[in-house]
Design a binder for this molecule. Structure first.
Ligand code: 1CP
Length: 366
């Protein structure tokens, strides 16, 4: 099925630092963005959320666009990330998910046994069901006026499967992991169903205007090396390969892809060879260790989000240290996970400005 938005003209890109770094090309300063940069630490986000339900915001292109642009207006960021959530895919296969205040995402009726998979929609038309995300991307590309590139994203299959079985967040993911040991065949079927949808979803995002894609495998760490290799990695690899192939077939230039497998330090070597131009790191990984294990890719990360609680002076020092350890090339600065609701926006600004200032000085040999 053809995507509706192919081949439209967008305003020319003025800041291509992120795309150059992702492609391994030289950059005069290190690009920086922050996971969850559009969100609850911003008063202007609360202003919108006080009037609209979370998923209503996701489903209304004008509102999703507005929230995407909020951090871009106040901070010197090198990228925007489309406002949405990874849980729009479980919704697209027919599951009911609500954002419960103080609790987070909550499923009405999570998958209990593999038999429940029969209730999932198998032939989802992504271009219809998730069209609102594509419209939000297209609108945002126009409203950005080429200021910075726009990142599209999806949850990875294992992380989505974990939410669909747990019904929300979890400390152990024991219900979802039980499937891997007791129902491995059916687990593979569910993961494949999600993989097929994610491929279409990401291709659609690029055709709608996304200039780079990030895949969030947020719950990689609870798997450990064995199950990660068996259940998560094959889908992650399939996604990068098929997204690039499908875009080529449609005559659309493939875009760089970022893989963020949180806490998967045990899989850095494999992730570096998994078909993604960029490997994003959580804050527990030493930059030099990651460079050794994944020498062929651009790295992204990985300041501890809690470091933003420190003083602005401390943030500047920690950022300089991080830049020294990663080096200023083939590198995108970010946090090791998302912004927290009680972060001070000025401290994120201190981080961003430190990345720019220090990396420029380092590149000039100062
Ligand atoms: O009430 C609110 O306003 C909800 C807060 C919130 C926000 C701002 C949620 C609920 N999702 C989001 C937006 C969001 N989610 C973005 C926006 C773009 C940006 O980065 O600025 C993105 C990329 C996501 C992706 C997402 N959702 C992930 C992957 C990233 C990560 O943090 O690991 C995950 C795991 C989710 C699920 C989710 N959605 C929301 C919450 C609180 C959670 C985590 C729940 C849990 O596991 O405990």
């Amino acid at each position: 099925m053809a995507a509706p938005y192919t081949g439209q003209a967008f305003p020319p890109l003025k800041n291509d630092l992120l795309l150059r770094a992702a492609a391994g090309e030289k950059t005069e300063r290190v690009p920086v963005w922050a996971m969850r940069q559009a969100g609850r630490y911003l008063p202007e986000f609360h202003e919108v959320r006080s009037k609209h339900d979370f998923f209503e915001v996701c489903q209304t292109p004008e509102l999703a666009c507005e929230i995407t642009l909020q951090p871009i207006r106040r901070l010197d960021l090198d990228a925007a990330i489309i406002f949405s959530d990874i849980l729009v895919i479980p919704q697209a296969v027919g599951m009911k998910v609500e954002m419960v205040p103080g609790k987070g995402p909550t499923f009405d009726d999570p998958l209990k046994t593999p038999d429940d998979m029969k209730n999932l929609k198998k032939d989802v038309n992504v271009y219809e069901t998730l069209n609102y995300v594509f419209e939000a991307i297209t609108l945002t590309r126009h409203k950005l006026e080429g200021k910075v590139p726009l990142i599209g994203f999806s949850g990875a299959p294992w992380t989505l499967m974990a939410y669909m079985i747990e019904g929300g967040g979890s400390n152990t993911f024991s219900k979802a992991k039980k499937w891997l040991y007791v129902h491995p065949e059916e687990s593979h079927q569910l993961l494949q169903l999600l993989t097929d949808i994610i491929v279409q979803y990401l291709v659609g995002q690029v055709q709608a205007g996304a200039q780079i894609l990030q895949l969030f495998e947020s719950h990689a760490g609870c798997l450990g090396p064995g199950n990660f290799s068996k259940f998560a990695l094959p889908c992650i690899k399939q996604i990068s390969k098929r997204v690039k192939e499908e875009l080529s077939v449609r005559g659309t230039k493939p875009v760089p892809m970022i893989i963020f497998a949180k806490d998967a330090h045990f899989a850095l070597e494999e992730l570096g060879e998994s078909g993604y131009e960029v490997v994003a790191l959580d804050w527990t990984v030493k930059p030099k260790h990651a460079r050794r294990l994944a020498p062929n890719v651009t790295l992204q990360g990985n300041l501890d989000p809690c470091a933003l609680y420190a003083s602005e002076e401390e943030i500047s020092k920690m950022t300089k240290e991080m830049l020294k350890n990663f080096g200023t090339q083939k590198y995108i600065a970010n946090l090791g996970h998302g912004m927290y609701p009680d972060h001070n926006p000025d401290h994120l600004a201190a981080f961003i400005n430190s990345v720019h200032r220090h990396s420029e000085q380092m590149n000039q040999g100062l």
